[in-house]
Design a protein around this ligand. Structure first.
Ligand code: HEC
Length: 119
């Protein structure tokens, strides 16, 4: 009887593992709050971009990303989101990679969806 129980536990365990779908493995919890520049986006840009996108810009970067209007303009007119989302190391920002963690990319995408609010 004990052996049967143990077998069932093991089989159940294996089954639950092989059954895991991609959805179980990826955190699809939506970011609930409205994303704003001041609360969420500025720190991402400050930590990853202004090393080059300073004023004046360094290392060949074409524009600064220091203010709300500069970052908003880069999303609207300079393809900022496609640059940070790219898998292509010759195209992705930060320049030369690595790509930002996905949750940070998702935060910037949600900033656009939420209307590119300042605060
Ligand atoms: C190591 C320096 C460096 C860092 C760090 C960096 N960039 Fe850049 N960025 C560049 C250079 C150089 C270019 C111009 C060459 C090109 O477009 O690939 C550029 C171009 C861009 C462009 C395109 C501008 C246009 O008008 O075509 C965007 C948008 C951009 N960067 C956003 C970002 C963002 C957002 C970050 C941070 C996540 C970032 N960059 C981090 C160096 C950098």
């Amino acid at each position: 009887m004990k052996t049967l129980f143990l077998t069932l536990v093991i089989v159940g365990f294996l089954f639950s593992c092989t059954n895991a779908s991609e959805e179980d493995l990826i955190d699809t919890t939506p970011i609930e709050d409205i994303v704003t520049y001041a609360d969420d986006v500025k720190s991402i840009i400050d930590n990853n971009c202004i090393f080059c996108h300073s004023n004046p810009p360094e290392n060949g970067a074409p524009m600064p990303l220091l203010t709300y209007y500069q970052v908003k303009d880069a999303v609207e007119n300079r393809g900022l989101i496609s640059r940070i989302s790219s898998e292509d190391l010759a195209f992705v920002m930060p320049f030369g990679g690595p790509r930002l963690p996905q949750n940070l990319i998702d935060t910037v995408i949600k900033w656009q969806t939420d209307g590119l609010l300042e605060e």
